[in-house]
Design a protein around this ligand. Sequence first.
Ligand code: MN
Length: 201
Amino acid sequence: MAFTLPALPYATDALEPHIDKMTMEIHHGKHHQAYVTNLNKALEGKPEADSNIEDIIKNISKFPMAVRNNGGGHYNHSLFWTILGPGAGGEPTGALGDAIKSTFGSFADFKTKINEAGATRFGSGWAWLIVTPEKKLAVCSTPNQDNPLMDIAEVKGTPIFGIDVWEHAYYLKYQNRRPDYLAAVWNVINWSHVAELYSKA
Ligand code: MN
């Protein structure tokens, strides 16, 4: 059983005007597909080719760099598509909304922390909201296709929300203006799904 590209849960133009159709087509259909293809190549003939991606990610130090990069790419993007959604945005309510307020002061302060984590990540990477092993919320960032679930991560936890800050996520529409992309992405966050991930973490 090889890893496969998950279908997008909405149309490629559904996040317009904040994330454009062509970016979504290339990001999902080319970039994510390449991570899946190269992950399968890297695991070909190995017993781990049949295990689930979370188990691989949690033990990533035991794998070669090709699995770290492409397995991370597959895990991260699979999460990313589900936390975005058309007609979304606004603020989380319920337990997640309360936890964000008690941890960061306010939703606005949380947004600032994520935007800073994304804007200051040099080169390519991700900004994350995680649930730590102590069951607290925290914001962090990782380089390349690493993530906080990896046993090699500097800050560890279960990611429940992540923003891709690779240039391929925004360059066609926003060119070098990563902060403009970061400002726009808040309009398309599917908070009910993030809340669901929070309740499971
Ligand atoms: Mn990406």
